[in-house]
Design a protein. Structure first.
Length: 79
C-alpha cells in the first residue's frame, strides 16, 4: 500500500536509482538522464516519463537547470 504501490514498475526503478544517488542528509541528488538510464536499464523516454510520474505524485521535486543536470529533491514522507 502507499504511494509506491500506485507507481508503474519503471517509476519505482527510477525512484530507487535516485535514492541511491541522494545525499543522506538533504535527500538531494543530481544524476543526469543518461546516468539514470545506464543505472536502471531503461530507455530515455521511459526515464523521463517516470520522473514526471514521481513529480506528479509528489515523491520528487525537480529543479530544472538548462545546460546542466537537474536537481532532484526526494520527498520521503508517506511512502
Amino acid at each position: 500500500s502507499g504511494l509506491l504501490a500506485e507507481l508503474k514498475p519503471s517509476s519505482v526503478v527510477v525512484y530507487n536509482v535516485l535514492l541511491s544517488y541522494a545525499d543522506f542528509n538533504t535527500g538531494r541528488c543530481f544524476p543526469g538522464i543518461k546516468t539514470i538510464c545506464d543505472f536502471s536499464g531503461l530507455v530515455r523516454q521511459t526515464v523521463i516519463d517516470a520522473i514526471k510520474e514521481l513529480e506528479d505524485l509528489g515523491l520528487v521535486e525537480v529543479t530544472r537547470r538548462p545546460g546542466s543536470h537537474n536537481i532532484y529533491q526526494l520527498i520521503l514522507v508517506g511512502l
